[in-house]
Write a protein of this length. Structure first.
Length: 115
């Protein structure tokens, strides 16, 4: 089992940047895949990015080239660097850990992109 806590959300202007952090309650060395998702009001939760223990990354087309996922196994942290933010990026952002067949989620952090 692992608890995840996201932070770093907030209000940012279009074109701005934010870095989200996800703190895990235990070592993430053995967690093969960590990821970020988001959910906007009235929409389904959508995949954004994932990273494996080996450092392989995968991105949704909607964020490719703008968002970068990274992990620091020594600190049990996963990050999402978000650049060139758009109003349509407004959502609650969730960290996810895939442990075998189980999926763990954080409580989410709100990101609002508005002028």
């Amino acid at each position: 089992q692992v608890q995840l806590v996201e932070s770093g959300g907030g209000l940012v202007q279009p074109g701005g940047s934010l870095r989200l952090s996800c703190a895990a309650s235990r070592s993430i060395d053995s967690i093969n895949r960590m990821g970020w998702y988001r959910q906007a009001p009235g929409k389904q939760r959508e995949f954004l990015a994932s990273i494996t223990t080996g450092g392989s990354t995968d991105y949704a087309d909607s964020v490719k080239g703008r968002f970068t996922i990274s992990r620091d196994n020594a600190k049990n942290m996963v990050y999402l660097q978000m650049n060139s933010l758009k109003p349509e990026d407004t959502a609650v952002y969730y960290c996810n850990a895939a442990v075998g067949f189980l999926r763990y989620w954080g409580q989410g952090t709100q990101v609002t992109v508005s002028s």
